[in-house]
Design a protein around this ligand. Sequence first.
Ligand SMILES: C[S@@+](CC[C@H](N)C(=O)[O-])C[C@H]1O[C@@H](n2cnc3c(N)ncnc32)[C@H](O)[C@@H]1O
Length: 289
Amino acid sequence: MPKNAVQLGRFLKEKTAILSKSRAESPYLHCLLVLSKVVGKPKEYLIAHPELELSIEQVQAFSLYFERLLKGEPLAYITGEKEFWNLRFLCSNVALIPRPETELMVEKALALTKSQRVRYLVDLGTGTGAIGITLASIWKDTRVILTDISLEALFLARRNCVRILGDTTRVSLVCCSWLEGFHPDFKAEVITVNPPYVSKGERDLLQESVRRFEPEKALFAKDESGLSEIKRIFRQAVHHLTKNGIVLCEIGAGQAQDAVSFIRQLKVYEEVQVFKDLAGTDRVIAARL
Ligand SMILES: C[S@@+](CC[C@H](N)C(=O)[O-])C[C@H]1O[C@@H](n2cnc3c(N)ncnc32)[C@H](O)[C@@H]1O
């Protein structure tokens, strides 16, 4: 090997040591995943071949990404991808990074509609499209409407539609606030939504990387309880669900009780259920008309 050649194993060790000194999480794994993107090989291949020699271009490309890792930017924004329900979603800082706990929405949507034909699904505040596109990949005959208040997020969701679903003729993307502007006669069997539910007062409790890099619109509700958008959605959904239709909504820790009493006060939903995520936190409310 030439004297100044850069050997992958040694390079990875050096960069991991540098990143460990910052407050970055999982320094080895994150360096490895960024290197895997730069080299264009799976991480397992890199682990098995520490003797590989990196080209100058690869070292330079890694350095640009590494600067971002050092500044604490989330890995998914750097690699531009995040896995959700075994699908790979394109990510950028215009939308929230799909979270593993949100997979519970998909699981419950499938379980609660087992014997029901879903002709229309609306995924409100779709972001990357994680929930709506995942369900669309399973319900192959369902017409899907993905909405967001952010046009940039919708462009990203559209790219994910093409990437994951291929044929996008049964998917519509709409820029609007929740269900405002939907035709009064429009009704769906399922509405899913993971709304912004963090109160501004809880800002400092968020992980620093979330606070600094993920979009405010995706995180913060408009009131101190964090329930403003959840309430708005359950009020509006009444008018756009079929009989027996379901709205599934992600909630934050500690919000279940107040959200459920609000929904019961509306006196229109027949059945209201709360589901816990794997950490035992109340995470999804499902209400059936
Ligand atoms: C918590 S993120 C959820 C993103 C994605 N559904 C997920 O689960 O990963 C909330 C999303 O709602 C969108 N949003 C915020 N206010 C909205 C509104 N009034 N109407 C529609 N979408 C809104 C944000 O732009 C953001 O994409």
